[in-house]
Design a binder for this molecule. Structure first.
Ligand SMILES: Cc1cc2nc3c(=O)[nH]c(=O)nc-3n(C[C@H](O)[C@H](O)[C@H](O)COP(=O)(O)OP(=O)(O)OC[C@H]3O[C@@H](n4cnc5c(N)ncnc54)[C@H](O)[C@@H]3O)c2cc1C
Ligand SMILES: Cc1cc2nc3c(=O)[nH]c(=O)nc-3n(C[C@H](O)[C@H](O)[C@H](O)COP(=O)(O)O)c2cc1C
Length: 585
């Protein structure tokens, strides 16, 4: 038997799996085959470089390291970190990707080159899992980064006042700690694909030391044909469309069951679906009228189907000022009043308040692509087969004297009917998955936050998981807003749901929320957690998720007689152990 040869060193500028692959091919190749390969690559190299003379191989040298850190909640930054690593490898660098959730800050100080891809969440906050390392980076104890070459790619949404705030703060902080910015930051909006790809190309070039790149042949082992962005979109038929609130509720929350002809996307409990909605035709008509473009049917169709015609960002106001020259809009910007003015307003307010004749191109330029909206999957394939269920709450409110409707939720609630079709795309979330079947789980999901927990409970039933399942649910009233009440009753009866605690805020004079129930049940809750239970929170990020976490910290302090700091540390440990998991929005 011949011994296994590994001629390609681990320091080669390839991913570990690629090095294994190369070793499998080159290691077992005959002398003849290797000679052929060497000649072929040298010739290929010369041909690609347009050179006429054959080149001789340079001695192998260790690839230069590149540290890539990503701070991500819904996976976009993580995906871009992967793209960046791939591009870096092709350019002769040796990338290491680190999730900021796992980051030990000393890794930054020892990095030679560093790229951070960071999303902003909440209202200008870091992604939940990245918060610990982010706070450490911002603290006085952060290590010096003298000489570390760095670049930051920021992801965000111009609809938020704190657009790309976290990327911006990280960029500033790295420089303040002595890092050397080697490429300017780019702040990307929701349609980030092109600007991010461009930035990645530029960053890799800027970060590659001279004489590292140049000679490298671009061979992408295992490369798939480039898929179009629409390749993963599924068309589903709506087979159930039911309002789960009573007719006397102030809310409308639609249970949507989707059926997939060729098989449902391979989703897991905890994943979401991105839903591609259309705009309200009445709103678009009003917008076109205000812009003096009512007769333009082609533009009308385009705006309804594919443009974001409601978001009003600072950038939109700036574009309006520039393209129309409207003096009041320019004054608003000059007086630094625009940011305040846009709060609670939409594009239509801008055009109605500051009217001026627009052509189709100018109006189009005020809009961006209409982004899909994410909805947690409320079913398990183990129980519903080729269906996927969603739970969608219609967003309706009034501001500045105008009734407003959320685009996607009202598309679903008001315009989609049983029998119609809708386009969706799977949005996996490996950070919000069920643990092993014998582990206990505690689920906190008020309002639509309960959706993934219906998937969890179905999955636990389908897999006959032995772990116990405890659900905290809350909404406004027991009678009118008890979402999936019958499902929970069945699950309690058949034993899949071990316990359920409910908090209906408007049934009693004093408002009761899930965090109050957590506090009430603290002794049992801590006992479950001591026994290894996983704790899940889904739903509102602004208040609920923070209040629930605070309640758990207080519960630890009380039950275990800990000082507040020690109780906080216990929850931090749960987070680090990935036993405190959140999916909030
Ligand atoms: C991972 C994930 C999972 C999700 N799962 C679910 C789910 O299971 N069910 C669900 O219903 N939603 C879920 N959402 C939220 C969902 O994606 C949409 O954000 C929501 O449906 C609103 O979208 P829309 O298009 O209807 O509203 P949009 O047109 O996007 O309008 C929403 C915007 O309106 C403004 N607004 C809303 N209310 C007010 C108010 N009272 N006053 C002033 N301004 C206001 C805010 O700027 C807000 O951002 C999830 C989100 C994420 C990220
Ligand atoms: C609930 C929620 C809050 C958000 N808050 C902000 C924000 O304050 N500022 C911003 O620029 N983007 C904000 N975003 C947009 C995200 O940063 C954007 O979707 C980004 O692509 C997410 O990247 P990720 O998948 O790596 O987490 C928010 C998105 C959601 C769903």
């Amino acid at each position: 038997m011949s011994s296994k040869v590994s001629p390609i060193p681990k320091t080669a500028p390839f991913a570990e799996e690629e090095i294994d692959l190369l070793n499998r091919v080159v290691g077992s190749a005959s002398a003849n085959q290797r000679a052929w390969l060497a000649g072929f690559l040298a010739g290929f190299d010369a041909a690609s470089a347009g050179a006429s003379a054959p080149q001789t191989a340079a001695p192998a040298r260790p690839a230069e390291p590149l540290t890539i850190v990503y701070a991500s909640e819904s996976g976009n930054s993580e995906k871009l970190a992967g793209d960046l690593a791939k591009a870096a490898r092709k350019n002769g660098l040796k990338p290491t990707i680190i999730d900021m959730a796992e980051l030990d800050l000393s890794a930054l100080a020892s990095a030679k080159r560093l790229v951070v891809v960071a999303a902003t969440w909440g209202e200008g906050e870091p992604p939940g899992r990245a918060a610990r390392a982010y706070n450490e980076l911002m603290s006085e104890g952060a290590p010096r980064l003298d000489g570390v070459e760095f670049g930051v790619l920021a992801l965000g949404d111009t609809a938020y006042a704190e657009f790309c705030a976290i990327g911006g703060k990280i960029d500033e902080r790295l420089a303040a700690l002595g890092g050397k910015r080697i490429i300017d930051r780019v702040d990307c909006d929701l349609d980030f694909a092109k600007p991010a790809a461009r930035w990645i190309g530029d960053a890799v070039k800027a970060l590659t030391p001279p004489n590292t790149g140049g000679r490298v042949i671009e061979v992408d082992f295992g490369a798939k044909p480039t898929a179009s962005p629409d390749a993963d979109i599924f068309e589903a038929e709506i087979i159930e469309h039911v309002d789960l609130n009573s007719s006397r509720s102030d809310k409308e929350t639609v249970h949507l069951a989707l059926s997939f002809e060729g098989g449902a996307p391979a989703y897991e409990p905890g994943d979401s679906l991105d839903l591609y909605a259309e705009n309200d035709p009445d709103y678009v008509d009003e917008l076109l009228k205000a812009a003096g473009l009512s007769g333009d049917d082609k533009l009308r169709t385009e705006l309804i189907r594919s443009r974001d015609v409601t978001t009003l960002s600072l950038k939109t106001v700036e574009t309006y000022g520039e393209t129309t020259g409207h003096q009041y809009v320019k004054a608003l910007l000059a007086d630094d009043q625009a940011r305040k003015w846009i709060a609670g307003r939409q594009l239509i307010d801008l055009i109605v308040t500051f009217p001026i004749a627009l052509d189709a191109e100018k109006l189009r330029a005020l809009t961006r692509s209409l982004a899909p909206r994410a909805y947690s999957i409320a079913s398990s394939r183990g129980e519903v087969g080729d269906e996927a269920h969603l739970l969608i709450s219609a967003v309706r409110y009034e501001s500045h004297g105008r009734a407003r409707k959320g685009v996607a939720s009202n598309y679903v609630a008001e315009r989609l009917k049983r029998g119609q079709r809708v386009r969706v795309k799977l949005k996996p979330n490996k950070h919000f998955a069920l643990p092993a079947g014998d582990r206990d789980i505690i689920m906190v999901g008020p309002g639509t936050g309960v959706a993934p927990f219906r998937a969890f409970v179905q999955e636990r039933r389908a897999t006959e998981a032995k772990g116990r399942n405890w659900l905290f649910f809350g909404d406004r009233t027991f009678t009118h807003d008890f979402l999936y009440q019958l499902d929970w009753q069945d699950a309690l009866k058949d034993g899949t749901l071990t316990r359920m605690d409910v908090a209906f805020s408007r049934d009693t004079p004093e408002k009761v929320y899930v965090q109050h129930k957590i506090w009430e049940r603290r002794a049992d809750l801590i006992e479950w957690l001591d026994g290894g239970a996983h704790f899940y929170v889904c739903g509102d990020a602004k208040a609920m998720a923070k209040d629930v976490r605070a309640a758990l910290v207080r519960a630890y302090a009380d039950v275990k007689a800990l000082a507040p700091e020690a109780a906080e540390q216990t929850v931090v440990t749960l987070e680090r152990e990935k036993r405190y998991l959140q999916d909030t929005y």
